[in-house]
Design a binder for this molecule. Structure first.
Ligand SMILES: [Zn+2]
Length: 415
């Protein structure tokens, strides 16, 4: 199939005016100027006209299973209050509610141009009922052991049964699996280490929430605060508190390590930057910033420029609709732009394409238009000069009219 567009924005090379991209099966095999790539005999041609064609967007962190909770929890006074509210709202959801919520989340993500999503799974028992995902999906199995320390056999068996069935099923070819020890305040060091061992043996990615709120920082650094009080009331063993920052605690104890995808890192201390600064590029973790959720909780300014300047691969995620108002990644990067007006449109697009592709170990496969990359593409109406196309993409706020995932044109909802 040959796709033509007024502008092609490959992201790994310069924009192409009057461009064309050739797709064979699920992959891109050629790209260039349209006049250099005439259609082959019997080759279908899709002419997108006045559009910019670019790689599909990648959401590095979200919880699709909370997609029905939009506006259901008003901005809380504290993170701990929100956790309590979320737990009580979650208890009221039926299995059917959650499956509907996931479907609704996919719909909204797709509508705004997401072709790959990393979604945490808080209800693994429903996994076998989730239909094949319509877009590329990394399901991350959420692991929590607040009160009861669980055995290694149980952890590994739980994680394996979570993905084994789907992994064998061809209909789930767009699904991948990873592990998500939830956060240092809900998962023990032992659970983190077991997750690491299990992931290493099964080629799975690892992600966790860390240093999200000031209350989490207070708990680990000073053994005090609302989260400390709440969790000690739940009989969580608190001997790990009062010793280090949340990030320092996990890193120095070997609970997390190189290539982990760390959601948030909002509350970092000087010692955390020293720790990060001493790491080689190969040892650095990937970081996901969620601008909407960050704003909702009123966290301190996110150190984007500082982290990026240290060589940290910073990606953007939406988090869930229980703490943000949209699953549109372009809306999220516009929030980032408002706080960091020095970032170029290319820098902003990088955080939802090339950067998360790298975090998912899919460099050259996802997040770019180049030979041999997977044909995950979106198009946005645009008739201006090619050199301004990235800015136009960042400013685009309505639904995406055209999308392709793995070489197949996907239906997307209109506005
Ligand atoms: Zn999250």
């Amino acid at each position: 199939m040959l796709i033509r567009s007024r502008t092609v924005l490959p992201l790994t090379s310069a924009p192409i005016q009057q461009g064309a991209v050739r797709i064979v099966g699920e992959r891109i095999v050629e790209l260039g100027r349209a006049f250099e790539l005439p259609p082959l005999a019997n080759e279908p041609v899709v002419d997108l006209g006045d559009s910019v064609l670019l790689p599909g967007l990648i959401n590095a962190h979200c919880h699709l299973d909370y997609s029905s909770l939009k506006n259901s929890i008003s901005p809380p006074k504290s993170f701990t209050e929100w956790v309590k509210r979320l737990n009580s709202v979650k208890r009221q959801l039926s299995g059917e509610d959650i499956l509907n919520s996931i479907a609704r989340g996919f719909q909204e993500a797709q509508r705004y141009g997401t072709t790959t999503v990393c979604s945490m799974v808080a209800f693994p028992e429903l996994m076998s009922q989730i239909p094949p995902p319509p877009i590329r999906t990394w399901w991350f199995y959420e692991m929590i052991d607040i009160r009861h320390r669980i055995t290694s056999e149980e952890v590994v068996a739980g994680a394996l049964s979570f993905f084994e069935e789907s992994r064998e099923d061809k209909r789930h070819s767009l699904a991948q699996f990873g592990l998500n020890p939830h956060a240092p305040y809900t998962a023990s060091l032992l659970l983190y280490r077991l997750a690491r061992a299990c992931a290493a043996g099964n080629h799975m990615l690892l992600t966790t929430h860390v240093s999200e709120s000031v209350e989490e920082a207070e708990m680990f650094q000073h053994a005090s605060g609302a989260l400390y009080d709440f969790l000690s009331g739940l009989e969580r063993p608190m001997h790990d508190c009062g010793l280090d920052t949340p990030f320092g605690w996990l890193w120095r104890n070997g609970a997390i390590g190189p290539q982990w995808i760390l959601a948030h890192l909002n509350e970092l201390e000087a010692s955390d930057f020293t720790l990060l600064g001493a790491l080689t590029p190969e040892q650095l973790p990937h970081v996901v910033h969620c601008p909407g959720s960050h704003h909702y909780f009123g966290h301190r300014p996110f150190p984007f420029t500082k982290l990026a300047g240290m060589g940290v691969n910073v990606c953007i995620g939406t988090d869930s609709l229980a703490s943000t108002d949209t699953l549109s990644l372009l809306a999220e990067v516009r929030r980032l732009q408002a706080n960091h007006p020095n970032l170029s449109a290319e820098d902003l697009l990088n955080t939802i394409t090339l950067a998360p592709a790298r975090a998912l170990q899919q460099e050259g496969q996802l997040g770019c238009i180049r030979t041999n990359a997977l044909a995950d593409l979106i198009a946005i109406p645009y008739s201006g000069p090619s050199e301004d196309a990235a800015e136009a993409v960042v400013a685009h706020s309505s639904a995406i009219p055209w999308m392709m995932v793995g070489g197949n044109v996907a239906a997307v909802g209109a506005d």
